[in-house]
Design a protein around this ligand. Structure first.
Ligand code: ATP
Ligand code: MG
Ligand code: FE
Length: 335
């Protein structure tokens, strides 16, 4: 079964052709990051307009690279939630148009379920059930993936997502947006013990996460140093911050794996690209005899191939939509 997938939930316009949920025939991603960088974050209005400009050429390119026409596609999958509403609507309406024109089934896909499904592409042997850490720009979840379309949230962030904390801490350190990757690079040259930072805990929950206090601790240390005229070593601060995030995510995930008798652990989302997190999880999973699955760097951030992968399983489960489908800015994975 061949799915044409479309993703426009944030600042990447993406289209992909995916076969049977596992084989990527083409994947095109047009990033708007350069446009948003000068504002220090994604500007929703600009994002919508840029999606409108990019969606036709990006989709045409995906079909061309796959060597097929729209007529040969069996279904169109599209991200419909969660994300920037105006950005999502561009993809949803475009996908509806394609489905009307060629009389194809329309498959709505939840963006975070797509991030998880990136792992089906990278690891052909991977099947639910498994425990998954989702760490992205807007979400930090520990999820039991019970089946391809059945999810149970075990823990979630109470405030900032991991990626959001990376980006806000990076901004305070003077890095461009989005700063996660700059912290990653700087941290590789720094001492993670140089600056004492809290390891965030949530009092009444073993698995919920919280990153805003950690982010504030970084901002306060930078501010205090500046007031006293002291130099901050940015590499050391990046390493100290990153290790606090990585230790928190890793320890929560290992406890969740033990409690849920999980033997497989999966990581998903933009922060899955973080080299410190990848190393720490590799070591921890080795120690606890867990099989670790991570997407390649190319599938960690937003792309449409992952939407095509999840779209396939949604289609098999009968989760198609009619033309009344609407986009939604927020939607839980277990809703
Ligand atoms: P969501 O998926 O929650 O809707 P999003 O789509 O904006 O949000 P993603 O594209 O999944 O988020 O991930 C982007 C996030 O990943 C950004 O916060 C970015 O800084 C972070 N990120 C990317 N690479 C790295 C890295 N190497 N280290 C740390 N963070 C990273
Ligand atoms: Mg993005
Ligand atoms: Fe994302």
């Amino acid at each position: 079964m061949i799915i044409l997938a479309i993703e426009s939930s944030c600042d990447e316009t993406a289209a992909a052709v995916v076969e049977n949920g596992r084989t990527v025939r083409s994947s095109v991603v047009a990033s708007q990051i350069e446009e948003h960088r000068r504002f220090g974050g994604v500007v929703p209005e600009i994002a919508s307009r840029m999606h409108t400009e990019a969606i036709v050429p990006v989709t045409a390119q995906a079909l061309e690279q796959a060597g097929i026409t729209l007529k040969e596609v069996d279904a169109v999958a599209v991200t419909y939630a969660p994300g920037l509403i105006g950005a999502l609507l561009v993809g949803v309406n475009f996908a509806k148009g394609l489905c009307i024109a060629e009389n194809k089934p329309l498959v709505p896909v939840h963006h975070i379920k797509g991030h998880i499904a990136a792992n089906y592409i990278a690891h052909p042997e991977l099947k639910p059930p498994f425990l998954c850490l989702v760490a992205s720009g807007g979400h930090s979840h520990i999820i039991m993936v019970e089946d391809y379309t059945r999810f149970r949230v075990i823990g979630r962030t109470r405030d900032d997502a991991a990626g959001e904390a990376f980006d806000k801490a990076a901004r305070a350190m003077g890095f461009p947006y989005p700063g996660g990757v700059f912290i990653d690079k700087a941290a590789a040259q720094g001492n993670p013990k140089a600056y004492p930072l809290p390891r965030p805990k949530v009092a009444d929950s073993e698995f919920d996460l919280s990153f805003s206090g950690l982010k504030t601790a970084v901002i306060n240390q930078l501010h205090n140093a500046q007031q006293k005229g002291e130099e901050i070593n940015t590499n050391d601060m990046a390493a100290s911050f990153q290790s606090a995030v990585v230790e928190t995510l890793t320890s929560r995930l290992m406890t969740a794996a033990a409690q849920n008798q999980s033997t497989a652990v999966v990581v998903a989302g933009g922060v899955a690209a973080n080299s410190g997190l990848r190393t720490a999880l590799t070591e921890a999973c080795d120690k606890h005899r867990l099989t670790l699955y991570m997407p390649p760097l190319s599938l960690c951030g937003d792309n449409a191939a992952m939407i095509g992968a999840q779209g396939y399983y949604e289609y098999l489960a009968g989760n198609t939509a009619d033309l009344t489908l609407n986009a939604r800015a927020s939607m839980a994975v277990d809703e």
